[in-house]
Write a protein that binds this ligand. Structure first.
Ligand code: ADP
Ligand SMILES: Cc1cn([C@H]2C[C@H](O)[C@@H](COP(=O)(O)O)O2)c(=O)[nH]c1=O
Ligand code: ZN
Length: 199
């Protein structure tokens, strides 16, 4: 359906997805885009799942300590309510949201909002994670970032979990996960937990 731009105050909305493995720079890139939007005097609302208390209850924090204030929410419907009327909506750790998130982003974009979503494309089992695949299908713009494989120094696409815990959701970072390339990911426990690339 084509929405006449005059009905959205002349603005056209769209969806951007920033995806990749852990440590690939998703949060850094999200924060960069949101700060630039604020430099342009656009109104920005930022959301993260309330259950993600890893670094901070309210702030979005990258692994290299970039941070920005956000509103923790329990469901994607809250984003729809709280995001109305702003210019830009940012969402971090989107993989943890419910499967309605793609429709919520669609509605926000239809109302003229630029929606920027960051999240893991794959879980620790190498499977598509939560609402991210559907978001990728609906997005106008997709950025897939890569970390560096801590085993061999190639680009990392996978998040390798170093514990035997099989729950899909398990918050953590350095001690629990490491970014790996496809080959090192598939070699699993056979590779040393302390190996580092000789770059
Ligand atoms: N193996 C690695 N590969 C790339 N970056 C890494 C790695 N280990 C730590 N980092 C740090 O992580 C930062 C990215 O953090 P962040 O934006 O929070 O990533 P993500 O949100 O994708 O997990 C990099 O700028 C770098 O400082
Ligand atoms: C792969 C994987 C990750 N998680 C958790 C671990 C972290 O708390 C976040 C990802 O954070 P990042 O900003 O992308 O580094 O997700 C999980 O719960 N389940 C998984 O399979
Ligand atoms: Zn590797």
């Amino acid at each position: 359906m084509f929405i006449e731009p005059s009905l959205t105050g002349g603005r056209r909305g769209w969806i951007e997805v920033i995806c990749g493995s852990m440590f690939s720079g998703k949060t850094e890139e999200l924060i960069r885009r949101l700060k630039r939007a604020r430099f342009a005097n656009l109104s920005v609302e930022i959301f993260k799942p309330a259950m993600d208390t890893r670094y901070d209850e309210e702030q979005i924090v990258s692994h290299n300590e970039n941070r920005i204030l956000s509103t923790p929410v329990d469901s994607s419907q809250q984003i729809l309510l709280l995001g109305q009327g702003v210019d830009v909506v940012g969402i971090d750790e989107a993989q943890f949201f419910d499967l309605e998130l793609p429709n919520v982003c669609d509605q926000l974009a239809l109302s003229g909002i630029r929606v920027i979503v960051a999240g893991l494309d794959m879980n620790f089992q190498g499977q598509p994670f939560g609402p991210i695949p559907a978001l990728l299908a609906k997005a106008e713009y997709i950025t897939k970032l890569h970390a560096i494989c801590v085993q061999c120094g190639n680009i990392a696409t996978h998040s390798y979990r170093k514990s035997k815990d099989k729950n899909t959701v398990l918050l953590g970072e350095n001690g629990l996960y490491e970014p790996r390339c496809r080959v090192c990911y598939n070699r699993g426990d056979e590779l040393s937990a302390t190996a580092r690339p000789s770059l």
